[in-house]
Design a protein around this ligand. Sequence first.
Ligand code: MN
Length: 410
Amino acid sequence: MDNSNSSAIGRRTLAIMGSTGSIGRQALDVVRQHPDMLRVGMLCANNSWELLAQQAIEFRPEYAVICNPGHYFELQEALRGSGVKALAGMNAAVGLMEEPEFDIVLAAMVGFSGLESTIAALKAEKTVALANKETLVAAGSIVTAVSIEHNAPIIPVDSEHSAIFQCLKGETAGSWCPPYSYTTSENCIEKLVLTASGGPFRTWNIEDIENADAAQALKHPNWSMGAKVTIDSASMLNKGLEIIEASWLFNMPVKDIDVVVHPQSIIHSMVQFKDGCLKAQMGFPDMRVPIQYALTYPFRCSLNTKRISFPELAGLSFFKPDLNRFPALRLAYSAQEKGGSMPCTMNGANEIAVAAFLRGEIKFGAIPHIIEDTMAVADVVGKPSLEDIFQADESARRTAAEALKKYILK
Ligand code: MN
């Protein structure tokens, strides 16, 4: 293995929020490949105490935190004699964000639940490798302001945003890492182009999409990801969340962020500059690439991914997204254009709708209806405080839980 960069990097200590999820497990695979560059100082999981204990015994962090206190004694028992300190509760995890040994916090929790620890990590001046896009969707103005104030960079892990970050390396005035704070005159970017695989329903007709069940929606054609993001990909709300995420990270209005459906998922996203030049970042879809880039940035290290052979590529194709079959994408543009607390409302409603869909209570087509119904009656706070964001989220969840009753399958 070529680790020639390791002396330049030094050894970085990671705190992994969401270590038992899809991103967390793939991040640990990256750590396994580069033990002289990366070590683990903290692992945190929501419920999966058995896998957490197994990971802690392999990686020997100082701390293993289980958010659900109901599993604390099982975790503590499993880690007896290992030298790893077992802790319980989200507050314990948030408190640990200040540990001086931690260099990077990988924010890989699912959904709004990741917000508090991400803000705590930024306030403690940690580099945040951000996989948890809902954090920026719900509270982008606050999270980016905290990041800038504390000079704590946010390195994107989401593959599209990692692609744009890679395309922008050396192109931006001022800050090296997102969130960028250039003025319009310094900005050489004309637009961002996010690619979308189109998900499992890309070629389906509207009636079949409406009636799809969870097993069908969970069959993503290209990417191996967790259940929440896979369902969001099927509805294309994921791309909607991602335009909002990109808007905050790269300081661009959503009107300058396009989505193009690219079923092969070879181009991970593109930047179009003011001279008409486009840069694209390419590779076979493998989440370990953006995860590793975020953890070893600004260095590139070896990784055993599949390589592209251009003669063997059968061709790359591109389509306009169909907002009739995938109305969730339109909702995301309109939420970010309304601004304030509206994206937070949209996100909270979606989390409730997706959970109900995964439990088999509603059909797939009800998801965008529940989001739209919730957005329609929401009180929008223009410049929300963190308190306003928590309230908007709670209120969206309550409204969505009420709204979904009329879509419950008999
Ligand atoms: Mn993505």
